[in-house]
Design a protein around this ligand. Sequence first.
Ligand code: NAD
Ligand code: MG
Length: 398
Amino acid sequence: MNTLRHLTILGSTGSIGENTLDVVNRHPDLFSVTALTANNNIDKMLAQCKQFRPRYAVMLDTAQAERLKQAIDQSGLDTTVLSGVESLEKVASLPDVDVVMAAIVGAAGIRPTFAAAQAGKLVLLANKETLVMAGRIFMDIVKQHGATLLPIDSEHNAIHQSLPHDFGGDLPGKGIRRILLTASGGPFRNAPLDSLTNVTPAQACAHPNWDMGRKISVDSATMMNKGLEVIEAHWLFNAAPEHIQVVIHPQSVIHSMVEYIDGSVLAQLGNPDMRTPIAHAMGYPRRIESGVSPLDMFEVAHLGFEKPDFKRFPCLRLAYRALEMGDNMPAILNAANEIAVESFLDEKMPFTSIPAMIEHVMDTFEKKTMQSLSDVLEVDSNARDAARDWLGTIRQIA
Ligand code: NAD
Ligand code: MG
């Protein structure tokens, strides 16, 4: 890889976005930023524009984009400011962009991530929600348009690194028995079960090992994150649910493993820092410096493993159920989860209502096949409405 890679970063002001820019900053000879996008953080976006001089900066919101434009003009930068979902799609598919980092959080990421795949880009996928909502449809688009998908999620990146180079989506054909998906167990792994009703958003967001955005931090506390990752692994690696075993590994040093039929288990290890999978995918197939400190085995000293407890983590059970049911169910699970997490973070309902809301919404809908992205968006919107209705009902009772 000698030529410069031109990059669009969707969600550049988030946790993954900032880590991506940290890696870019270490390799001005390898990467150039063409476009950055964000929801509403103008100050951070302006600072990023000053540092990385992108051709485009997109804010979702028009009023925020107008404010950013004024600030950009005052700074004398020649970045063009755009707004709206169509502009996110546009910068994800610009002809001279090679690589798209898909790092918007939640269902909001699906349209630009689809646009990048449709344009045949190298898609670095952090936005796992796209695969959860639209796995089959998205994988078909990737194939049809000759896009390349590399996983940023640390577990899937670790699995990718532990699979044979010529894997081709055939687990049994390559002598693979199982994928072992590691999980930290989050901040409430050992908390008394009856204390969970009272946990606060701040406690749920205080992850023991990883520093991440608020939505994925709550997902880690409920272990819905692992459930979404089981679905993600299913689509990325063509793995049946029974071939994906979740293993609780509290130190987050082993980022996942692949078990072969001869008894070999291959793993990828490292300090829990997202710059490792980001640098791996950005430089692929070459290895590049990421700024992550070397793993000190003597300091780690011990590695622990536990079975996941579905009673403590009902969201994990719901995710397996959605995957087994298939069709629209994972999209319904995802939509209900997003409303549930948002309602918990806004202190409108307790932590323990998260699985209750999701289960209720899953039970509300019939299983139905989805054919297109617009079908997926409709399922998503209906499931969100059902989740909000349920919240209204329980708040009335309370
Ligand atoms: P974050 O909340 O820190 O950042 C989200 C980014 O998306 C921000 O730039 C924000 O401006 C943008 N955004 C939010 N809502 C938007 C909307 N409606 N339209 C357009 N842009 C919007 O999130 P994060 O932790 O960086 O996570 C991003 C994605 O990466 C998620 O899908 C998450 O599951 C995945 N992921 C994150 C980590 C991590 O360590 N943070 C690890 C693995 C996977
Ligand atoms: Mg992960």
